[in-house]
Design a protein around this ligand. Structure first.
Ligand code: SF4
Length: 276
């Protein structure tokens, strides 16, 4: 057992784990699990193979170290669950359906390169890595795995629909407005040109649309999921705040479930705010 007075290190945890890399915790190796426990607040109990006294010691030490839990347990469970869904997928077949690039791996670790908001991620059955090594989080993993798990469907048709017309959206619409549309509208109030510039970074097109919106853009947060984003700036004379409305291709739920779509909207807002 590790020395009690010293701060726990990753190797301390690895020494206590079986080092079998069995992946039952949802991570590819015991080392990766130990890193997630210490750096990202993963619950140690997610590995079922601790010696009870080691687990008790680790929990006590983490409490003493004042570790915050960065991710809720259900997020790790969600990733594990969705990893289970894709375990038998043939990535070489999936890639075309979801607009990803297939990269065969040396030891069976095939990878899908997926563009999420103009950042590339390498998604293997074991883990997700940002191609440029940039910071990303477990929420991104779950989103990307869900996108892979849906395994595509009809090609986008160009028929735009509002969220409220999607099945199962009733309870989710508010979360989408709050987490995506309202955030972007507030951040870009009085700045339509800045919004346009940020959308250009996301490789948006600005088609002629039958709309009086000041900015009307189409971009792809994920390869087969286009968003049509409309922006009306605030009208101080009439007291109207700025407004954003996002429309989806009618096929959107072939590519992502409604909850993940809400999360994708939040990611869009986060990215557009970063680009200010
Ligand atoms: S479940 Fe435990 S033994 Fe298996 S890989 Fe994860 S940390 Fe290692």
């Amino acid at each position: 057992m590790a020395e009690k007075k010293r701060l726990l290190q990753i190797l301390d945890l690895v020494k206590m784990l079986p080092r079998s890399n069995c992946k039952e915790c949802g991570l590819p190796t015991c080392m990766a699990f130990a890193t997630h426990v210490l750096r990202e607040g993963a619950k140690p109990e997610l590995c079922p193979y601790w010696q009870p006294e080691d687990l008790a010691f680790v929990k006590e030490s983490l409490n003493a170290q004042g570790e915050d839990t960065a991710y809720p347990d259900h997020l790790f469970s969600a990733r594990k669950f969705v990893q289970g869904k894709i375990k038998d997928y043939d990535f070489s077949e999936v890639s075309e359906r979801i607009g990803a690039r297939f990269e065969p791996g040396a030891s069976g670790e095939d990878c899908l390169i997926i563009n999420l908001l103009e950042r590339l991620y390498c998604v293997s059955k074991a883990d997700v890595e940002a191609v440029d090594g940039a910071d990303h989080d477990l929420w991104d993993h779950v989103l990307l795995y869900n996108y892979v798990a849906e395994n595509g469907g009809r090609e986008p048709t160009g028929e735009w629909v509002p969220m409220e017309s999607l099945p199962g959206s009733l309870a989710k619409r508010k979360a989408f407005v709050r987490g995506c549309e309202d955030k972007i509208a507030a951040a870009y109030t009085g700045k339509p040109e800045e919004l346009r510039a940020a959308l250009e970074v996301l490789k948006a097109d600005f088609p002629e649309l039958e709309s009086n919106a000041e900015v009307a853009a189409v971009f792809h947060p994920l390869p087969k999921i286009p968003f049509q984003m409309l922006f009306w700036d605030a009208d101080p004379d009439d007291g109207f705040p700025a407004q954003i409305k996002v429309l989806f291709d009618e096929t959107v739920l072939d590519y992502l479930d409604i909850e993940s779509l809400v999360f994708l909207g939040e990611k869009c807002a986060e990215r557009l705010l970063e680009l200010q």
